[in-house]
Design a protein around this ligand. Structure first.
Ligand code: MN
Length: 232
């Protein structure tokens, strides 16, 4: 028997599709950008000056996203932290996007978690090495369904909160973002060519801390359905 003709030597990886609230179709993910230290109180808790320095970004891999509401405790860490974040989903991209045009590129928003192997990240920081091993690992980006901007608007204010086992750990307000969503998109587009399918995790408020197997995290942002994630 002859093999099925294919232009690829192995099976191509699947496109990662993020669920959309109230829709059957999925949002195809291209890249996952994350901004660091974007709430003053979190910058301070991590030992940094909260002044408005230029933003910095790192990336997770699209297949690090997990929409199942579970977070398998990762390998090679004993200090994995939750970081609740508002996630921005882009429907269009480009370079050098003007701040005033940025929101026209947004498809919608979601609740997300930038789960972090803090011990590994800390070792890399100390050695001046890249953070990937602390940030971009399997299941490191649990995410709730995307809510279309046509439904939720463009949230710039509202409580953001994460609790673990019914105890509040992280709290803040979207109006405390050091770099606002339009500024983040404009800035990123100076360094990268953004495109439809890109996600941007917008940073986390203060209160990051470790989770253990068996914990249940509940993410809340005003206007969104709560997003619950069990650590398994
Ligand atoms: Mn983060």
């Amino acid at each position: 028997m002859s093999p099925i003709a294919s232009e690829y030597v192995v099976t191509p990886p699947a496109i990662v599709g993020a669920p959309i609230k109230g829709a059957e179709q999925l949002f195809p993910v291209r890249r996952v950008y994350c901004i660091g230290r974007n709430y003053a109180a979190h910058a301070i808790e991590m030992g940094h000056d909260p002044d408005r320095e230029p933003p910095f970004f790192f990336q997770k891999n699209p297949d690090n996203l997990d929409f199942s509401g579970t977070f398998p405790y990762p390998a090679k860490t004993s200090d994995v932290h939750h970081e609740i974040e508002l996630v921005v989903a882009l429907k269009a991209g480009g370079t050098n996007i003007a701040i005033e045009d940025a929101l026209a590129h947004v498809y919608g928003y979601a609740l997300g978690l930038d789960m972090t192997r803090r011990d590994l990240q800390g070792e890399m920081k100390k050695m001046g090495r890249p953070w990937e091993i602390g940030k971009a690992f399997e299941h490191s980006a649990p995410m709730g369904p995307i809510v279309q901007a046509s439904e939720i608007g463009h949230p710039s204010t509202g409580r953001i909160e994460l609790s673990v086992n019914d105890k509040v750990r992280q709290t803040g307000d979207l109006n405390q973002l050091i770099w606002k969503i339009p500024e983040m998109i404009a800035y990123l587009s100076e360094y990268y060519e953004l495109a439809a399918g890109d996600l941007v995790f917008s940073g986390t408020p203060a209160g990051v801390a470790a989770v253990e197997k068996g914990d249940v995290m509940v993410c809340k942002i005003d206007g969104f359905d709560n997003f619950k994630v069990a650590v398994i």
